[in-house]
Ligand binder design. Structure first.
Ligand code: HEC
Ligand code: HEC
Length: 435
């Protein structure tokens, strides 16, 4: 059995967050109030890490690295939606060919010990917590992420695309809400843990939903709705939403690249050098995440620090100028759908990846009439330089109206800070009349 990290060794912010216990947010059928031990310091995704800015590189993420691969042939039972018998002994959750049996209970993946209700969810040794310089906004949920690369295997560095991750890799992302974001460590309710797994035949995605008692998360292929979830925001305002855990088959709406036959091939999104290039707390030490992976023997080909690309924290004005911060926000929040080789990008011809928005042209939305819009989306053009109030892109980012809001899946609430950032970006462009 792998051991959990010792206190003081390698426990990142993610783990700390998860030590918070139990249910605070009230909510319909899923309500289960209670109190629990307090976590230590917590980590909010949208915080401002004290890291200096570097050059921002970027990426068309189209490189088809997903899918096919990795020197191990399949022919082994691919894990289906329902549970098999999880076998995870010393070698980790993998079978001999590297494939991972997908269990009904998250605990049977043996990536964590404990639970939110009992001492916190602690990543086991080798399951490395990480965070991103700028994350995806998901209704203000706090998120913690871990990366597990099986023993004896390594990831390959990629300057732009997602790291080249070997068969047997498991990536988790856990979503939770404190009752009050002004005290983010208290009364935290953990809602879901999403898992991406690299099988011999390609990536697979699985949603797990945490029970009210916060003792176990179980596979929820059909997704879940947490009705009437309430929290008090960092601004002191109470918000209520119906929080949606996506269905398994919705994961690929965002997590895909189109292959030559125009089929969607599933792949991770955020585990790119430029988003990983920041410090994190590993056992009380601030270490660069990429360097830490290399030091663990889990990442090969890492260039010297000075050559590493870096996406800034989109909300830290000290890290980069408005233009780069706004484009980074669009890159991580929109570009998985809006880019070349992704379904929505190809149909709408709106490309919001960091490279495409560098030249502010038609494909970046400048004076672009939408293909699909319909009426009541705030204007005639995606972006009218100098005037966010008549720009459809801002309108759809700002609205909470279903059918109009962007992204159309993955959020129910407006991201006030993101909406302001994009408004400022558009207003700062030299004014222009679109025709
Ligand atoms: C609305 C788009 C969207 C949907 C739907 C979505 N994801 Fe993601 N996911 C993202 C983005 C963007 C990132 C990277 C940014 C981050 O981690 O905040 C990400 C990150 C992840 C990660 C961390 C590894 C990575 O790709 O960087 C996991 C694991 C994950 N998602 C699993 C899932 C699963 C499982 C589902 C379906 C139940 C799902 N996601 C549905 C957009 C989405
Ligand atoms: C899950 C995939 C997905 C994500 C993520 C997503 N979009 Fe979209 N977007 C679509 C689809 C599909 C369409 C076309 C249908 C429609 O207009 O509703 C579209 C259309 C649009 C349009 C109209 C474009 C045109 O010229 O036709 C705008 C503007 C837009 N999206 C902005 C955004 C912004 C801004 C974000 C990020 C905050 C975003 N989208 C994230 C899927 C997505």
């Amino acid at each position: 059995m792998r051991r959990p990290f010792n206190a003081g060794v390698g426990l990142g912010l993610a783990a700390v967050l998860l030590t918070a216990a139990v249910v605070a947010c009230s909510g319909g059928d899923d309500d289960a109030p209670g109190t629990g031990p307090d976590a230590g310091t917590s980590h909010e995704d949208s915080g401002t890490p004290p890291v200096d800015s570097g050059t921002v590189d970027s990426g068309v993420d189209a490189g088809v690295d997903a899918g096919t691969d990795a020197g191990v042939d399949s022919g082994t039972p691919d894990a289906g939606d329902d549970a098999g018998t999880p076998d995870a002994g010393d070698a980790g959750p993998g079978l001999p060919d590297g494939s991972v049996v997908i269990p009904t209970n998250l605990s049977d993946l043996k990536l964590f010990t404990g639970s939110p209700a009992a001492g916190g969810l602690q990543p086991v040794e080798g399951n490395v917590p990480y965070t991103l310089t700028t994350p995806l906004f998901s209704d203000y949920a706090l998120k913690s992420r871990t990366l597990y690369i099986p023993p004896g295997k390594t990831a390959g560095y990629q300057p732009k695309d997602v790291l080249d991750l070997p068969v047997g890799t498991l990536i988790t992302k856990t979503f939770s809400f404190p009752a009050d974001f002004r005290e983010p460590d208290k009364n935290v309710r953990v809602i879901e843990t999403r898992v991406l797994v690299r099988q011999p035949g390609g990536w697979e995605a699985y949603p797990y939903f945490w029970n009210d008692a916060q003792t176990e998360a179980t596979l929820a292929v059909g997704g879940r709705v947490v009705r009437g979830l309430k929290f008090i925001g960092a601004d002191g305002v109470e918000r209520t939403l119906d929080y949606l855990v996506p269905q398994k088959n919705q994961c690929s709406q965002c997590h895909h690249v189109l292959d030559a036959q125009q089929n969607q091939v599933l792949l991770p999104i955020g585990v790119k050098a430029r988003y990983l290039n920041r410090d994190n707390d590993y056992g009380g030490q601030q270490l660069n995440q990429l360097q830490h992976l290399a030091d663990l023997g889990k990442l090969t080909g890492l260039p010297p620090a000075i050559q590493l690309p870096r996406a800034p924290d989109a909300f830290n004005t000290e890290e980069a100028g408005l233009d780069v911060r706004a484009r980074t926000y669009l890159d991580i929040n929109c570009a998985h759908c809006h880019r070349r080789n992704a379904t929505a990008g190809e149909t709408s011809r709106l490309f919001l990846d960091i490279d495409s928005t560098e030249t502010l042209d038609l494909n970046a939305g400048i004076c672009k009439r939408p293909g699909s819009a319909g009426s009541g989306v705030g204007g005639e053009f995606d972006i009218v330089p100098g005037d966010h109030a008549v720009s459809i892109l801002w309108y759809r980012l700002n609205t909470e109206e279903s059918g109009k809001m962007m992204p159309q899946i993955g959020r129910a609430l407006r991201h006030d800070e993101g909406s302001q950032l994009i408004a400022d970006w558009i207003d700062n462009m030299p004014a222009r009349t679109c025709k």
